[in-house]
Ligand binder design. Structure first.
Ligand SMILES: [Zn+2]
Ligand SMILES: [Zn+2]
Length: 481
């Protein structure tokens, strides 16, 4: 849920008289490749007489039916929420709670076609717990509840996702922010989209921090021209044109400090439906791609699926004589409550269309006077600054020093080494920011293009590609003096 919805629900559920309270909300499903998420779209607070509060709060059938009908009309599901004023952390479900929720599970599933979600708010630390109900009245505990604002606050189901024990190799990290913060950060699922000069280094540092599940998504392979930026890649990787995700996997496994480190390898593009589904399994996404279409897909997910996206980019200006004029990098957390990449001036709708049509790759288009692909210039010593800034935004988002969350969009100019907070405005009619918590109802931006690697067979492409590359590398090798 967004931080705004969390505040609305908490204000209602935590009462001054210390009694329990109860209310309903509507959710949209967000279906990833391996994870289902319920995104709370709207809190539906009770009208006069729709609930009774007397120690244990109860809702009336009229209230449940009103919200269930409204949810059905919007294609949404129903959440039933109540508070445990003296609770702390993930709450167990008492028999009384289970009976009350189970009694509505069948009716709500019948009316909305979606399973009932039950949630409990612990009054002392404002932690949430959640479960999904089958129409037959069986419940399945959730793994975590995420609240997305300037900070990403996660309530963990300690039984299903226990806190990993801190390792001796993490001593310096844990002493910087304490064990509870480390235990929460280590359990986040973090995806890095784009395993280039920035993404590769971001992924390695996430693994070294002790994060257990780091995913890297990239459909590209290493080439000799990448080696001035991909510091983890070897000459051999470039000669054999090894996929960048495989280089990232090797480097992350070498750097990882978690006892149970799991690298998720996604050799595909986020602009394919498979890539987008995989992205929906993550809690935070680093956008380390420079092409407009993948950035547009991630920009959308940040709002429709409430997954914060930490994006960054660098632009290098050059004088006509080929010398450097300036380098500017911009970094920002894209999330509800902050401007999207389009409002922030980072995405041009015309460029997204050109990228979708494959015109970035079309030399005839460029010769006819179209713009060449932006961002071809890159210096690894400067991409390290972009990486550092994106990682610092991640720390602000998840560890929130002095309770400050992420600071808003940033811009750094190399000529005078000035770091500014960008005054970014939002278009009131923005198509991204106004469509919060759409989940599976989002307008699809990801699609299978004719040239997308996702359309090729998962079996033939790697095998054939590897065979051809191997033969080519042998020929090159035998030609060496
Ligand atoms: Zn209860
Ligand atoms: Zn916008």
């Amino acid at each position: 849920m967004t931080a705004d919805i969390h505040v609305t629900l908490t204000r209602h559920l935590i009462r001054e008289d210390g009694d329990e309270d109860l209310c309903l909300a509507m959710y949209a499903p967000s279906t990833g490749a391996r994870r289902d998420t319920a995104l709370i779209r709207e809190a539906c607070l009770p009208l006069e007489g729709e609930r009774e509060v007397h120690g244990n709060a109860t809702v009336t059938g009229r209230y449940v039916l009103r919200v269930a009908r409204e949810a059905r009309n919007h294609g949404l599901g129903v959440v039933i929420l109540h508070s445990h004023p003296c609770g702390r952390g993930w709450q167990k479900l008492s028999e009384l709670d289970a009976d009350a929720e189970a009694s509505y599970a069948h009716m709500i599933a019948q009316v909305t076609g979606l399973p009932l979600i039950g949630m409990t708010l612990a009054g002392i630390d404002e932690k949430w717990s959640a479960r999904r109900w089958s129409a037959e009245g069986n419940h399945f505990a959730g793994e975590s509840v995420r609240v997305v604002g300037a900070r990403l606050q996660v309530s963990w189901n300690e039984r299903l996702v226990p806190a990993p024990s801190a390792m001796p190799s993490q001593l310096r990290t844990v002493s910087a922010w304490g064990e509870p913060t480390q235990a929460s950060i280590a359990r986040l699922r973090v995806l890095v989209v784009g395993s280039g000069s920035v993404g590769m280094d971001v992924a390695i540092r996430l693994a070294a921090t002790g994060i257990q599940k780091v995913g890297v998504m990239d459909f590209d392979v290493v080439e000799e021209v990448n080696r001035d930026r991909l510091v983890a890649a070897t000459r051999r990787d470039a000669r054999l044109q090894i996929p960048k995700v495989d280089v990232a996997q090797r480097a992350c496994i070498n750097a990882a400090t978690a006892a149970d480190f799991r690298f998720q390898r996604h050799h595909l593009s986020v602009t394919s439906p498979e890539g987008q589904s995989a992205a929906l399994d993550y809690d935070v996404i680093f956008s380390c791609v420079d092409r407009p279409w993948p950035r547009a897909v991630l920009n959308q997910i940040a709002y429709t699926d409430l997954i914060p996206v930490i994006d960054g980019g660098i632009g290098i200006d050059i004088f006509d004589n080929g010398e450097m004029r300036n380098a500017t990098y911009r970094t920002h957390v894209v999330r509800p409550g902050r401007p999207c990449l389009q409002c922030n001036g980072q995405l041009d709708p015309a460029e997204i269309s050109r990228d979708r049509l494959g015109l970035f790759d079309d030399p005839t288009y460029i010769e006819k006077g179209g713009q060449p692909e932006a961002g071809k210039q890159n210096v690894t010593m400067l991409s390290a600054s972009v990486m550092a800034s994106q990682l610092a935004l991640f720390v602000s988002l998840v560890a929130a020093p002095s309770k400050f969350g992420e600071p808003g969009p940033l811009r750094f100019s190399l000529t005078n080494h000035r770091l500014e907070h960008v005054e970014a405005t939002t278009n009131p009619a923005c198509i991204y920011e106004n469509l919060l918590a759409q989940g599976d109802q989002r307008v699809p931006l990801a699609q299978t293009a004719a040239t997308s690697p996702a359309t090729e067979s998962w079996l033939t492409r790697p095998l054939l590609g590897f065979a051809v590359r191997y033969v080519l590398s042998l020929i090159k090798w035998t030609r060496r003096p």
